[in-house]
Design a protein. Structure first.
Length: 78
């Protein structure tokens, strides 16, 4: 891949590099989703989720997450 190919879509090379490094750090669990959000300047978790999906990263949502969400929904009367 050439430099021109990396920046052909109008993205700056520095942004492309930042995204690649951040994604690698997230995949190896060196940073959290919140840290990824701050590093990439996203405003919401939904933006992070969309970015991860775009790059083929499955969201981690385990039984403990489900149980915590279930309790929260019950507390809120949902």
């Amino acid at each position: 891949m050439t430099l021109e190919a990396l920046t052909a879509s109008g993205e700056e090379l520095s942004r492309t590099a930042l995204e690649a490094l951040s994604l690698a750090a997230y995949r190896t669990r060196k940073i959290s989703a919140a840290q990824l959000r701050r590093m990439l300047g996203f405003q919401t978790r939904m933006e992070v989720d969309a970015f991860l999906k775009e790059h083929g990263v499955e969201l981690e949502y385990g039984v403990e997450d489900l149980e915590r969400d279930r309790k929260t929904h019950n507390q809120l009367g949902l």
